[in-house]
Design a protein around this ligand. Sequence first.
Ligand code: PMP
Length: 441
Amino acid sequence: MTEEQDHGRRTAAHGSRIDAYIDRYAARAAGMVASEVRALFAVASRPEVVSLAGGMPYVTALPLDTVGELVADLVARRGTVALQYGSGQGDPHLREQICEVMRLEGIEAGPDDVVVTVGSQQALDLITRIFIDPGDVILAEGPSYVGALGTFAAYQASVVHVPMDDLGLVPEALSEAITAAARAGRRIKFLYTVPSFQNPAGVTLTAERRRQVLEICRRADVLVVEDNPYGLLGFDGEPMRALRADDPEGVVYLGSFSKTLAPGFRVGWALAPHAVRDKLVLAMESAVLSHSSFSQLAVGQYLATQPWREQIKSFRELYRERRDAMLGALEALMPPGCTWTRPAGGFFVWMTLPEGLDSKAILPRAVAERVAFVPGTGFYADASGSRNMRLSYCYPEPDRIREGVRRLAGVIQQELVLRDTFGTGSVPAHGGVDTPGPDLA
Ligand code: PMP
């Protein structure tokens, strides 16, 4: 480096937003840019804005005093363990408890096959890290969870979307995508799916389709990554049988306590066939040495001493009431031509706008009217989804949800007037991929 360059870099780095290191990032960092919607979301977090954008669980409903006592007790009694490094695979007792949680979805597994991770987000990262070389194909539902797409992009995967309908991933489309990849000589490393109460579409793969999807993947030798953070948050009846329950060798299952307890503990896990589990533990150690012992023991203590099944039940009732508030308001207020999914669990409704409207273009106007949502394009790797938006009902109170939908319906109505007058609604600005950030994921 010349003296001049060095001087330039140092002055640029001091308090300036100029990126002095632009010429040396790894190729995989090229896609990591903030989108223009990010700035809007900063405004959307103001209290006067009803945010139907965030995917934040309603932790206010937790018995916070009890959790506080439990944490204090943990430090007093087991502080030397809780504040020490742990093992790369995770606390053995917690892994046993995780197996008990998974039994609710028909999974029979032993603690030896579980790896505790920093949320299921880290499990996604580790799985991608051990399987993906740049250009490898990942099949993923269209639309897909934005955080997974971010991870896949970071490892330079080539994401091929497989369409869904109201019954979840379409098996025929899956077969076609597998055949097309084989014809093109492309290697599919895995299918990424959120079969229950999908983020963002809110739909659930039926039992019949679960069988079909497993059969198709087994025949084509495609590994399935089943990401299931919402599986226990169904509004009707018993949880569905996980894909992993019927194919232990062909499925890597990812779970999380973020939605059934609290995301702040950052405790998730992967359940994987033996050899994959070994690689995951090594990848985990190279990423963070070990997960937080403190968080793991706190979650373990919570599961051991608190009525966690009851807590999940009360979360389900709370979210069901909010889902009803949202669906009722959409039915009553949305202009003709808008359609949306009817989730039987989880946090999200996926709306499709009438032809000629663009959800990203509408967002600034919506935020000006004090309501926010996430535009659909963020949930596709190929810029589809411009007529879609994700509406979440997990965080605002029911009255706020109704008010938010009322404001949004007004904005869409105005857009329709624009479209009918000028032939198009608002036109989107361009730039950046949609990476709305953790609180919106
Ligand atoms: N997968 C899906 C489908 C999600 O919706 C989320 C969070 N929004 C995650 C994974 C990551 O969750 P966590 O890391 O908190 O377990």
